[in-house]
Design a protein around this ligand. Sequence first.
Ligand code: 2P0
Length: 317
Amino acid sequence: MASVRATAHPNIALVKYWGKKSAAGNIPAVPSLSITLDSLTATTELTEATSDQFVLNGEEQSGAAKDEKLTRFLSYLRERHDVPPLTISSTNNFPTAAGLASSAAGFAALVTAVDQLCALNLSTKALSELARAGSASAARSILGGFVGLTGPKFVAESIATREHWPLQVVVAITNTGKKSVSSTEGMTRSAVTSPYYSNWLDTANADYDRARAAIQSKNFTELAEVSEHSCLKMHAVMQTTQPPLMYWNPASLACIQKIQNLRAQGVDVFFTIDAGPQIKAVCTQNSVDSVATILAQMPGVLSIEKIGLGGPAQAKG
Ligand code: 2P0
């Protein structure tokens, strides 16, 4: 039976996506801007089958463990394209669902593999749109380097290549467990209950424009300030959601403070945190080694990884 493989990398948003404009097509309520990572990889292998099966990191998923998002996505996909029943085997070389954008990499790899298996010949834009239906952050993992996802179409566009500004990221893992509230569920709750949600929507376009300009001019301080601001606004919305979404742990906060102190001393580093307690410290090539050494010694940091900027999702034949 025909079988194909595709890989994609997670991405980390510097200007964050949190909230949806519409459930149909999964349209974000705000623009976002990300960097695609290099050495973290999701690999998805598709084989034609007699019924759909999903194998995650070598374990067949069934019953409650079966991914609802994936099931919904496959229905969406089959309303648009002729896709046979599949065995989908997906492997991540990093913790799943712990704030490391595993669904972004997973859906980007999946649509790329489907395109190959079914000879759909979709454009990059069409792949990004399809990936967005699975998970909006996945729309960004279709491309490498610096990627924007903005209206009105919300398909990924390249802002700059990784060669333009080869930033590095130190990922500090502070917990490897699964998060208790999914991003999708959290966003829905925030939109309804956080008193800061409307301000979040009102200020997102300005953050996006500022970050885009900072990348184009390679202004690290500007990018640092707008990225930390976007991150902290998103977490303010999360924390003022009812019931609250508190994704940080004590090590996350200690790392935030350490990174702010380092930047005050002239080290090129800023933090960002997603829907989980891991810290992502964005650095220049000059600062990455010292930042990695310092974060590795922080209490509560279990491990660190130094990662460069990555390329696009790719089919492997
Ligand atoms: C981001 N996150 O921009 C933000 C920051 C988490 C915090 O995109 O509902 O899994 O599937 O579209 O893409 C995670 O949300 O949510 C995410 P859905 P997704 O990276």
